[in-house]
Design a protein around this ligand. Structure first.
Ligand code: 4AD
Ligand code: MG
Length: 482
């Protein structure tokens, strides 16, 4: 017998051939009135309805058609009699591919009812089966693709920077050590410290916090490169915006200055937002509607002014507000919130802005994405270019509504002598970064780049409010299950 090829539900629904016989495979979302089976196969948020005449089927077989079970269904695609769908399948054959015990399903995210995000998070292995997480992870994929497309179309090269590295690019010392020494009896040196010379790489190494320093080497030969990979930070921040393992995109461009860097960032973030609007309509609409429903439960003054779709359009259509750190400090100190002592942390020139300050600027003061630039040298990394005032560096942070910092970047210090004295100030030994310093000796040029936190961007385009809900398997302090 001729074997039929499975049709994906997304394809069936987007160009339905009424009258044709089709085979679908997927998981049962619901089976109502012993007649209507809702099947989802992950290709779209939409289910297909399969209609059975129960007289024609074995009772024992139909009993196994339960929520979460896997089925193969063959039948004729017909125009739907009921409301809610244009087409449905008139079932001629059902095969159970995998049973699901209804008692077990009752205890999981797969039972068809609303669940709290916390409950869903405990079942990260099953939450993919829900509408919300299906939508989030289809969008996450689309954004990853859009990022590669953007850079490819702009003539960038994708550079794979190492995950195991000896350098702490950001200088924050929040790294995970990688070693295969015996943890009980590690070899010791004469100073009574662990002797990493005897470790696998002959030195102490860590998981990378950023691919930037290596990307700079690429940019200073290939012109424009970007990285897109996992990064690791052992910072003990249990917030809704921090992960210990997250993905970062880091473009680096030779001959760009800070202004070029801001322009690239703004175009890039607009491109991603418009890509999602154009290519993820069903999933986006689902998440937007869901958010609006949740907003109805809140007091009027706590609701979002725009829904998710409107927020994405707003980013695409409006210019980002650009101002310096120094100007932002003035704005904050002159704000009502400051005068009424609404901020938990003090605001004065030289301090790092807290998330409450960033969100005030974006959500209350300017009501649009903000690019802050020219921060005090002391609160930023060693590689940022010293400005002529001697106090600030050519840094930039992009702040987004509901998120806070989404991008951090800078023009890099290309002058060897200035870079060396900066490293001395920050206690970074030159021997460790000899290869980085070399780039400033052989045809050094101005260059700039930035890092986009991939998960923070996914939070923005999905409206999810906890970063743990936009990465398939979150790693946070005390949590590395699955
Ligand atoms: O501001 P950061 O630390 O900048 C860098 O790492 C530079 N090397 C980037 C560059 O210039 N090439 O991190 C960049 C972005 C942040 O703006 C934030 O969006 C995200 O990475 N990020 C995190 N996302 C999730 N969890 C964390 N713990 C994060 N830390 C930073
Ligand atoms: Mg930063």
């Amino acid at each position: 017998m001729h074997r039929m090829k499975r049709k994906k539900i997304a394809d069936l629904l987007s160009s339905p051939e009424v009258g044709s016989t089709v085979l679908i495979k997927g998981w049962v979302r619901a089976f109502r009135s012993n007649r209507f089976i809702q099947v989802n196969d992950g290709s779209t948020i939409n289910n297909i309805q399969a209609v059975v005449d129960f007289e024609n089927f074995d009772e024992q077989l139909l009993k196994r058609v339960t929520t979460a079970s896997a089925v193969a269904i063959t039948g004729e695609l017909v125009e739907s009699q009921g409301a809610g769908q244009a087409v449905e399948i008139q079932v001629s054959e059902i095969e159970i591919l995998g049973d699901a015990n209804p008692d077990e399903v009752q205890k999981t995210v797969m039972q068809p009812k609303r669940h709290s995000m916390e409950f869903l998070r405990e079942q990260a292995h099953l939450r993919f089966r829900t509408n919300t997480f299906g939508a989030v992870f289809r969008i996450r994929h689309a954004v990853a693709y859009a990022i590669h497309k953007f850079f490819n179309d702009e003539g960038f090269y994708y550079l794979h920077t190492p995950i195991v590295t000896g350098s702490d690019a950001e200088g924050a010392g929040e790294m995970f050590r990688v070693t295969n020494l015996d943890p009980v009896n590690p070899p010791m040196n004469e100073d009574g410290e662990v002797d990493y010379k005897q470790d696998f790489f002959g030195k102490a190494v860590n998981l990378t916090v950023s691919g930037q320093l290596e990307a700079e080497l690429g940019a200073l030969a290939l012109g424009q490169v970007y990285t897109f990979g996992p990064t690791f930070r052992a910072e003990n921040s249990n917030t809704s915006r921090h992960l210990a393992e997250f993905w970062m995109i880091e473009p680096e461009v030779a001959f760009n200055d800070l202004k070029d860097n801001m322009d690239l960032t703004e175009n890039f973030l607009k491109y991603i937002s418009s890509y999602v609007l154009e290519n993820c309509a069903d999933d986006l609409q689902f998440l937007s509607d869901k958010e609006e429903k949740e907003q109805q439960q809140k007091p009027a003054n706590e609701r979002n002014e725009m829904n998710l779709v409107e927020r994405l359009k707003f980013v695409v259509e409006n210019e980002f507000k650009r101002l310096t750190y120094t100007e932002a400090i003035d704005v904050l100190r002159n704000s009502k919130a400051y005068k009424k002592k609404k901020f938990q942390y003090d605001v004065e020139w030289g301090v790092d802005l807290q998330s409450e300050h960033e969100r005030y600027l974006v959500e209350k003061e300017f009501k649009c994405p903000v690019i802050l630039s020219d921060y005090p040298a002391k609160i930023k990394a060693f590689y940022m270019r010293q400005n002529d005032d001697g106090k600030t560096v050519a840094a930039m942070d992009v702040l987004f509504p509901g998120i806070g910092e989404i991008v951090g970047g800078s023009q890099r210090e290309e002058r060897l002598d200035v870079l060396k004295s900066k490293m001395a100030d920050f206690n970074i030994p030159e021997e460790e970064l000899w290869w980085y310093l070399d780039t400033r000796k052989f045809g050094t040029v101005p260059h700039a780049g930035f890092g986009l936190g991939f998960e923070r961007m996914i939070m923005f385009v999905t409206g999810m409010t906890n970063i743990r809900d936009v990465i398939p398997f979150p790693r946070t302090p005390q949590n590395a299950e699955f």
